[in-house]
Design a binder for this molecule. Sequence first.
Ligand SMILES: NC(=O)c1ccc[n+]([C@@H]2O[C@H](COP(=O)([O-])OP(=O)(O)OC[C@H]3O[C@@H](n4cnc5c(N)ncnc54)[C@H](OP(=O)(O)O)[C@@H]3O)[C@@H](O)[C@H]2O)c1
Length: 367
Amino acid sequence: MERSGLSELIPTQMKAVVVTDYGGLEKLEERKVHVPLPNENEVLVKIYACAVNNSDILMREGRYGTDANTGEKAGWKREPISFPRIPGTDVAGEIVAVGANIDPSCLGEKVVLFPFISSGPDGLEHMAEDITLMSSECDGGYAEYIAWPKELCRPIPLSSYVESSSFIVSCFTAWHMIEKSKVVPGEKLLISGATGGVGSYAIQIASKVFGANVIALARDLSFKEKMIELGASEVLSYKSKTLPDDVLMAAGSEIDVVLDVVGDPLFSTCLNVLRNGGRLAISGAVGGAVTQLDIRTIYLKHLSILGCTLGTRKEFDKMLAAIREGKIQPLIDKTFPLEKAREAQEYFKNSGKFGKVILQNENSTHL
Ligand SMILES: NC(=O)c1ccc[n+]([C@@H]2O[C@H](COP(=O)([O-])OP(=O)(O)OC[C@H]3O[C@@H](n4cnc5c(N)ncnc54)[C@H](OP(=O)(O)O)[C@@H]3O)[C@@H](O)[C@H]2O)c1
């Protein structure tokens, strides 16, 4: 689209917070940049809220490594990032302009954005080689506007932009882990990182959508009641010296499925509490990415280890439907104005939060 095709109400420049290079918080800078122009199949979305994720921070720190060298600095796709890059994968906003092929009747629609572009066929789109994730391979939501394919926009599931943005990558990942693990009603699940974005949504999806019995792991048991409200049947501290025994005692038997985002510190516990034939789904390693593994445990117990990243468009739509039905509640720990992105990322990294951290643009709490 030419700039002349945009309404005069849309400015030529916008506020954005960009990552200027790999490094610490000092590499996150507020800048004035051009408002992106939507291509023929895209829409321009005015961003009202964008949730913060570990991936925003890991991208800035270059912490994903490459396939050839896990110590090398790289983005989420394990390839070099092209800087400056606008982080943020969890966008909620309003369609304010359309590309040439898009029916303008969608102007004014309030949307959340499916966070990646891929040519993969339905069901395999999250595994495609050409995947482009917002915030890593293309610019994301720490800004006032974003251009995004119309076919990847969905109506916001709740009436608040902030709440709607809170689900996107965390809840979607949790949903995918549970579907990929083929959880069935009555199964016993252990969920780590249960106060975090992925874990807190996983508790709700596993218990309220899939009918599982959930044991949640948290450091601080002061959140126990809240987690039981979300659907956990038991909450245990991961700091316990007798954690595997605590889990087995609480479950009354071995565990069918573990959903883990923590990695090394809990890895042996995850394997030890699983029943023969159990499944371990992993989507993160917030506590440490390198671990020791006694391979015999895997084959002698017939375990399945399932690597999970993002999910499919169909899963995203099912997740949004469950949110609209009230089965999954938004969990917001704290909001920050966009300009405070550094503080928001610093806060996000602290232990002890419960739920999501959101960057908010002006007047965005409700429609
Ligand atoms: N593969 C994907 O598609 C995908 C998508 C989203 C996230 N992730 C990854 O999943 C992980 C979690 O993401 P998130 O957004 O849920 O993060 P988060 O909101 O920061 O939550 C992290 C959770 O992990 C717990 N935790 C941290 N260190 C721990 C340790 N040493 N032992 C036990 N628990 C520990 C925290 O508990 P306390 O606060 O009590 O310490 C908190 O509950 C990250 O590694 C992230 O990169 C992957």
